[in-house]
Design a protein around this ligand. Structure first.
Ligand SMILES: CC(C)(COP(=O)(O)OP(=O)(O)OC[C@H]1O[C@@H](n2cnc3c(N)ncnc32)[C@H](O)[C@@H]1OP(=O)(O)O)[C@@H](O)C(=O)NCCC(=O)NCCS
Length: 149
């Protein structure tokens, strides 16, 4: 989508990114438990994600955030798009930013998230570990994926 701008986020984008995560998860991963309030999400983004990670956002023409990626130390920690903006190549454009910065990337994805697994596979990631009894807070089996430049 050529009318989508990809740019580095600032701390002022924290609450909007938290909202994108919430909406995207509710739509695409409805089986996940809702463990946190919106306020807790915003706090997490302000004080953890934006202080530790590089965050890159996808903006529409009105500069509304339609998706974002958060990465650091060779890990992709979050990649979420609003439902109407999925499957248009924006996820690939966001991931490209992390690939440019790191020669190796790793990330965890839920085993049930088949569409994300397809996406990452297409992006050159491969599975290195499957968890049986998940240690994440959602208690969902997950898969460690890796990409090498
Ligand atoms: C996963 C996600 C980041 C991918 O970004 P995207 O912009 O939608 O993906 P792209 O358009 O760059 O790539 C599309 C490819 O990914 C795969 N894919 C993405 N969404 C898919 C879906 N809903 N169903 C099946 N395949 C899907 C397909 O291989 C697709 O290729 P195709 O359209 O030619 O079949 C995005 O769909 C999303 O935000 N999903 C919900 C949140 C999520 O699961 N995040 C990942 C957490 S680890």
């Amino acid at each position: 989508m050529s009318n989508i701008i990809i740019e580095l986020a600032t701390a002022a984008n924290a609450s909007e990114c938290a909202m994108v995560l919430r909406i995207s998860r509710k739509h695409s991963l409805p089986y996940l438990p809702d463990l946190h309030t919106s306020e807790e999400d915003v706090d997490f983004f302000r004080n953890r994600v934006f202080t530790k990670d590089t965050v890159v956002v996808a903006l529409d023409r009105q500069r509304k955030i339609v998706g974002f990626i958060a990465f650091g130390e060779g890990w992709v920690n979050h990649l979420y798009l609003l439902p109407d903006f999925q499957r248009l190549g924006i996820g690939g454009r966001l991931l490209e930013k992390a690939k440019q910065e790191w020669p190796t990337l790793r990330l965890w994805t839920f085993a049930r998230n088949i569409s994300a697994l397809r996406f990452y596979e297409k992006q050159g990631f491969y599975a290195v570990k499957h968890t049986e009894s998940a240690e994440n807070e959602e208690r969902e089996p997950d898969i460690l994926l890796r990409w090498d430049r």
